[in-house]
Design a protein around this ligand. Structure first.
Ligand SMILES: Nc1ncnc2c1ncn2[C@@H]1O[C@H](COP(=O)(O)OP(=O)(O)OP(=O)(O)O)[C@@H](O)[C@H]1O
Ligand SMILES: O=P(O)(O)O[C@H]1[C@H](O)[C@@H](O)[C@H](OP(=O)(O)O)[C@@H](OP(=O)(O)O)[C@H]1O
Ligand SMILES: [Mg+2]
Ligand SMILES: [Mg+2]
Length: 352
């Protein structure tokens, strides 16, 4: 079975361009320029600032200008928007000072709000506090325990907390480094003392090996499917011991949008549920650019868990890669997906 791999809840502006016919031909009003100053790592510049985005943005009067980190921010600009994804206290302070002097500038997003996602404990707190049970499904977070020191105390702490094995061990701090994405799966309690705190130990939830990435850009939502860790059976749990490091299983290259999947596993979470979740988290987190990783407990229709939230994610450029796939249609759908995504980004920026 082939499922529609992606949903968009915002009409693509490009689609609408030919909808209306001008009755009187007046010259178009001059486009008011919107200047977006950006402070991004070179990795992010490569993945985000694709010529395609810059081209589309230019047509809509949006220009991207690199912020020079060696110069005072206050001496640069003027900017309408500052778009950033850099970690570190120093940058936070620079932005804060800038914002105090220029409250008219939109900072995407406020550094203090982003900071909330840089810790895997605070990251999921708002989801845990939500009550969406009447909204087409239940959304929660896996039970988890924070360990800050003394690895030898972990087996005892896990048993006291009553966590069920296997457990996913995740570095507590998420700072964009490769190390902060080094995760392990622990099958038995005693091997847990080999781990290296500070970390979060999270119950592993069987979910049929498919994860949903929900991208939030302002009020727009996009969902894609990615491959994920396979289920762990009771037998595997009994026969395995130890702690196993695993690579970045659900990276952008692990798209499951065009895979043949069991429909009960592949079915996207209900749209009203995602809309409510996105709206609530946007408000509670105070963020406009983020993504939620969500899984459906295997064997259930409506039990969902948020396992990760990332600030301003997305290797959108990957969607442009011309896959040497035998079906031309697939190339086309990938192109359309990325195109509408870029359009959404431009629409969002234009809204300020
Ligand atoms: N509680 C869980 N139950 C089942 N699988 C999980 C759980 N937590 C994580 N995983 C698996 O591990 C992968 C990585 O976990 P997570 O998303 O928390 O890490 P990350 O390094 O922050 O990822 P990202 O690259 O999205 O930032 C997930 O995509 C999923 O496949
Ligand atoms: O393309 P997707 O699957 O959305 O992956 C993102 C991850 O989920 C994020 O965690 C990455 O951000 P950090 O590397 O800053 O944590 C993020 O890195 P980026 O800042 O280079 O976009 C992406 O790798
Ligand atoms: Mg993730
Ligand atoms: Mg993450």
């Amino acid at each position: 079975m082939r499922l529609n791999g992606e949903i968009s809840y915002v009409r693509d502006e490009e689609e609408n361009e030919n909808d209306s016919v001008a009755l009187i031909s007046l010259p178009p009003p001059p486009l008011q320029k919107l200047v977006v100053g950006y402070a991004l790592t070179s990795k992010k510049v490569n993945s985000f600032l694709q010529p395609k985005l810059e081209g589309l943005a230019k047509k809509k009067g949006i220009v991207f200008v690199a912020i020079d980190l060696s110069q005072p921010l206050v001496d640069q600009g003027p900017f309408d928007i500052v778009l950033h994804k850099l970690t570190g206290k120093e940058w936070q302070q620079i932005l804060q000072d800038y914002w105090e002097k220029h409250p008219e500038v939109t900072v995407l997003d406020p550094p203090a709000a982003i900071q909330h996602l840089y810790n895997r404990q605070s990251m999921l707190q708002d989801v845990a506090n939500l009550n969406l049970s009447d909204c087409y499904g239940k959304v929660g977070t896996p039970r988890q325990l924070v360990i800050t020191k003394d690895p030898s105390s972990i087996p005892d702490a896990v048993s006291k907390a009553g966590l069920t094995l296997p457990l996913v061990a995740k570095p507590l701090v998420v700072d964009g480094s490769a190390k902060s994405h080094e995760l392990s799966l622990a099958y038995d309690e005693f091997s847990l003392s080999k781990l290296d705190p500070p970390l979060v130990l999270q119950e592993f939830v069987n979910h049929g090996g498919v994860l949903f990435k929900v991208y939030i850009v302002g009020e727009a939502i996009k969902v894609v499917r990615r491959f994920s860790l396979p289920d762990v059976s009771k037998r595997e749990l009994l026969n395995n011991t130890g702690v196993f490091r695993f690579p970045r299983v659900s990276c952008a290259a692990a798209s499951a949008d065009d895979a043949e999947l069991d429909p009960s596993i592949a079915e996207l979470p209900p749209r009203p549920l995602l809309e409510k979740l996105a709206r609530e988290l946007r408000l509670r987190l105070g963020l406009r650019l983020f993504n939620i990783d969500i899984i459906r407990e295997h064997g259930t229709r409506d039990r969902f868990y948020v396992i990760d939230i990332n600030y301003f994610p997305g290797k959108w450029s990957l969607l442009f890669i011309q896959y040497s796939h035998p079906f031309k249609l697939m190339k086309c759908s990938l192109y359309l997906l990325s195109h509408s995504f870029l359009s959404i980004m431009c629409q969002f920026i234009s809204s300020f």
